[in-house]
Write a protein that binds this ligand. Sequence first.
Ligand code: HEM
Length: 508
Amino acid sequence: MASLLPQSSLIIHHAFSYLMIFIYLMITIISSLLALLILKQKIYCSCQICHSYVTMSWSREFVNLCDWYTHLLRKSPTRTLHVHALGNIITADPKNVEYILKTRFDNYPKGKPFSAILGDLLGKGIFNVDGHEWMFQKKMASHELGRVSLRSYCFQVVSYEIEQRIFPLLSSVAGESESGVLLDLQDVFRQFSFDSICQFSFGMDPMFLESCHSMNSFAASFDLATRLSAERAMKISPLIWKMKRLLNVGSEKRLHNAIKVINLMAQEIITQKRKLGLVGQQDLLSNLMDCVQDDKYLRDIVVSFILAGRDSVASALSSFFFLLANHPDVEEAIAREADRVIGEGQHLTSFDQIKDLHYLQAAVYENMRLYPPVQFDSKFCLEDDVLPDGTRVRRGTRVTYHPYAMGRMEEIWGDDCLEFKPKRWLRDGKFYQENPFKYPVFQAGPRVCLGKEVALVEIITVALWLIRHYSIKLAASNCSSVPKFSPGLTATFRDGLQVLVTQKIRPS
Ligand code: HEM
């Protein structure tokens, strides 16, 4: 009996494995057939664009999908196109953008398909909800991020980060000559913006968490989870990823595992916050924890804020240094202006001084015109509609506005729209802001970015400090004029931003 038992359980085990393999194969075959059916209907719209998308033939001519869309939108007389295979209307017309984001805001919510795609990562966090849930989080976040004192608090946090973390790191790799060590500046910016967002939003230095978890594994999991979630949105049918999720295989299994690590870290932030006590704390999370007890909901909010603050700022800083390395005249003009306004060899002492750095602000905005951190953003149409340019939109259609393409439209920015020219943002030497529907880099309308001011403090302070102290040259691998981006929710250089750093002047 004793020797029979293991044998019979072995047989049962084998039978079970075969059954599982059979079920897996059946589901794969059925889902593939269904996907093919859907594809057949969608592909045979006899349209060149859909054919290029499905066969990926666009990649023979263009480095990035956003460059191909830009090319198509520049050719389209209405500056709008329809990718039938994706059920996606994409527009670069400011009148359409204003209509979607403001005039008919109620008809263009994030929608259920979007929530499904990002639901596992973002849950019910602000980026992934509409209606009352969005309104509640928006109120809390606007209260916190709209405080007048926030700018100077941000400035303190950023200054601390620069002195305690960025400066020692750069000093350790900066050579006297150009034969120094290569550094991935994009990585440095990601670490910096993660640390900063944790302090602004959660009142917590992530160094505090380092003893409990590896920050590197958290960062890697976060990158993987955002990339795999974004890839879901590029699939022609959601059926395939949903099936893979059900079976926990392939990319869905990797996504599941990455989210597990993110959950552990988010829980750690919430637990540490409780231990520290909420009394007298002014950060967003403490305020939320006063009225929300559900840890799952708090987790979703924490993850959304890390996403909002980490990748976008790092993206803007990375493309800025990519552009400056290719435009030394702009870098010199920024340094000259800083010497004039702040004083040669003098340090920035408050954020107010930045208001007088008009050329620097212009350069930062010009950078995001050409390289918006959020290259495109989608809504879903609730009821049949017609856009101002005459495009008919059926309910359930995904409608995307495309800041990356909009930054490259001649009728918005003129014949020199492809050039990096900060001066286009100056009037009589003073920086002025453009209409947000022509430049929806921070979105516009009721769902406009709530962290814009925080982001600008971070970008401007770090950029200025680096420009004044270091000379940053691109490594040969980053010298191409068109950067390659990874698919993801935020624009990220596929191979990082490899640079050589040399010291300009020795900071006192
Ligand atoms: C250069 C940096 C940034 C850019 C380009 C940017 C851009 C955007 C965009 C395009 C959206 C709309 C997203 C959507 O609805 O799908 C958005 C929303 C938002 N951003 Fe930012 N963002 C930046 C930095 C930040 C920072 C640092 C924070 C937080 C401190 C932040 C907080 C938010 C929040 C809370 C929302 C949601 C607003 C809502 O849905 O009502 N952002 N941002």
